[in-house]
Design a binder for this molecule. Structure first.
Ligand code: SAH
Length: 196
């Protein structure tokens, strides 16, 4: 579990924006994630009308799945292009508005109202701005966060958790000396100490 090779690696927001511009988005899964299908019951535990958060959402198709099931979906993503592609690819009309309390940020909201995507850094958010969530789908999110920012990211997620919330986290297991990431390798022991 030596993550030494990745500890100091930084991917800037600018680099993420460039990946979207260049179409270097191999992380995007057109078909959605089989692990969300598999663990959907764990996320929902029979409840309806949940508020579900997608940190570092990209244009994840799972946002559409959950919205179609009647849940409210809230995401955050630095790339406006990604968010616009999401709405376009699902033929969803949306409107844009500024976000009080976050300068330069925008909220893109489906006209039907059940999908709200914040275009800003996840670190700009707080529960006073986005509220708290009943469910979290963290895929390509914790593992995309720069290793030095992990604690800050997880502490923020904890402040966004409603009582009795469920958090599905997908990580990738591999030898961090053979690939520089992202996705970064986050050992299970670290996940335990981060989330407590
Ligand atoms: N969760 C998505 C995307 C994973 S890739 C999926 O499953 O497909 C990670 C995404 O995080 C990229 O789209 C990148 O643009 C975005 N991102 C990186 N740093 C971010 C930050 N600080 N705040 C919000 N989004 C960020």
């Amino acid at each position: 579990s030596d993550i030494g090779a990745q500890k100091d690696r930084v991917v800037t927001e600018e680099e993420w924006l460039q990946k979207w511009e260049m179409g270097s988005t191999g992380f995007h899964k057109e078909q959605g994630h089989p692990l969300l299908r598999k663990y959907l019951d764990v996320l929902l535990s029979g409840r309806s009308g949940l508020r579900i958060f997608f940190p570092l959402c990209g244009k994840a198709v799972e946002m559409k799945w959950l919205a179609d099931m009647g849940h409210s979906v809230i995401g955050v993503e630095v790339s406006e292009q990604a968010l616009k592609e999401f709405f376009a690819e699902h033929s969803l009309p949306y409107c844009e508005e500024p976000v009080p309390g976050i300068s330069g940020a925008k909220k893109l909201q489906s006209t039907s109202g059940n999908i709200s995507l914040y275009c800003c850094s996840v670190y700009d958010l707080s529960s006073s701005i986005v509220g708290k969530f009943d469910g979290f789908w963290d895929r390509g999110a914790l593992v995309a966060v720069n290793p030095r920012d992990r604690q800050r990211y997880v502490s923020l997620m904890i402040t966004l958790m409603e009582k009795n919330s469920s958090y599905l986290l997908v990580t990738v297991s591999y030898d961090p000396n053979k690939h520089k990431g992202p996705p970064f390798y986050v050992p299970e022991s670290e996940i335990k100490s981060l989330f407590g």
